[in-house]
Design a binder for this molecule. Structure first.
Ligand code: NCD
Length: 308
């Protein structure tokens, strides 16, 4: 695992190794032991060409704790704003000794091109690619689910919202498929129904109560307004909340010990109510903490595989 672009590239065994490693970091509050600081002497660059709070900070904390130096570059304040290509930016940073590139980009299929143009010792990690892929979010979601439930092959997972434009739903589905999840239901209004070819083992419902029945895990998603060309077709926030907003009442259709997840950022009162976001079933803050452990596990495993 030199690069990470898509979760579908990882089999169950590797995913389990990553989750186990992440759990071991979690068991000591996400602080590695001296021996585990294996990124000492390396530099990681966060290159974010779309906004981010969680993913970028989480990679920064993970890499710093493992001993790396971290630099953060965003589009607005870099030579990208002067017309430099991403490849030239990467090659420039490589000349400064950067070997880990954590990249978020709005274009699809750009990551393969980056890999072709980088040094053999460089690592490219996809931190969000258009509506296509967000593998580390998928991994931290799997870790969060496993910490509460263990057996994926007995679980019903329901994902609600704008699945058509969601890279989070795509990556989580790839991960759940690798873990042989029992049942996956996608709940969306018709305009947000995804191409079901990307969700071969999932069922679809446009009815929230029907889709939530007996769910063990519920994932609410933000409407990806920045990816929707015409908002004309999309329903307004009030209607949306009435039909697809996750409320305590709606949760009654799920299993008693259901967990509620959301990748953030949340739009409270649109896809989720305050009571659910902050309620006893919510594991949304745990997802954030698990994100650091997951990224530490990924970076450690990439570094461990280097020949000494
Ligand atoms: C998500 C993303 O960027 O895809 N956020 C995240 O990384 N936690 C979800 C979103 O923006 O809605």
């Amino acid at each position: 695992m030199k690069h990470l672009l898509y979760l579908k590239e990882l089999n169950q065994e590797i995913i389990l190794q990553l989750l186990d490693k992440a759990e071991s970091f979690l068991s000591h509050n996400n602080y590695p032991t001296e021996k585990e600081k294996i990124l000492q002497g390396t530099i990681l660059a966060n290159l974010f060409f779309e906004p981010s709070t969680r993913t970028r900070s989480s990679f920064q904390i993970a890499a710093t704790r493992l001993g790396a130096d971290v630099i953060n570059i965003d589009e607005e304040h870099s030579a990208r704003a002067k017309g430099e290509t991403v490849i030239d930016t990467i090659n420039t940073l490589e000349a400064m000794g950067v070997s880990y590139f954590v990249i978020r980009h709005r274009e699809r299929n750009i990551f393969e091109k980056m890999i072709k143009s980088t040094n053999p010792g460089s690592h490219i990690i996809n931190a969000g690619e258009s509506d296509e892929s967000h593998p580390t979010q998928g991994l931290l979601d799997l870790l969060t689910i496993r910490k509460h439930t263990k057996n994926f092959d007995r679980l019903k997972v329901a994902i609600i919202g704008d699945i058509k434009h969601s890279r989070v739903a795509r990556s989580l589905t790839e991960g759940l498929t690798a873990m042989s999840v029992k049942e996956l239901t996608l709940i969306t209004p018709d305009e947000f129904k995804p191409n079901m070819e990307h969700y071969p083992n999932a069922s679809h419902s446009n009815n929230l109560d029907e889709g939530l029945t007996n769910a063990d895990v519920v994932v609410a998603l933000r409407v990806q307004t920045e990816r929707i060309k015409s908002l004309r077709a999309a329903i307004g926030p009030k209607d949306y909340f009435e039909n697809y907003g996750l409320t305590e009442e709606r949760l009654l259709s799920c299993k008693d010990n259901v967990i509620v997840m959301h990748p953030g950022p949340m739009n409270r009162g649109v896809e989720i109510s305050n009571a659910v976001a902050d309620g006893i079933h919510s594991v949304i803050k745990e997802q954030v903490t698990n994100g650091i452990a997951t990224r530490m596990a990924l970076l450690s495993m990439m570094q461990e595989q280097l020949p000494t």
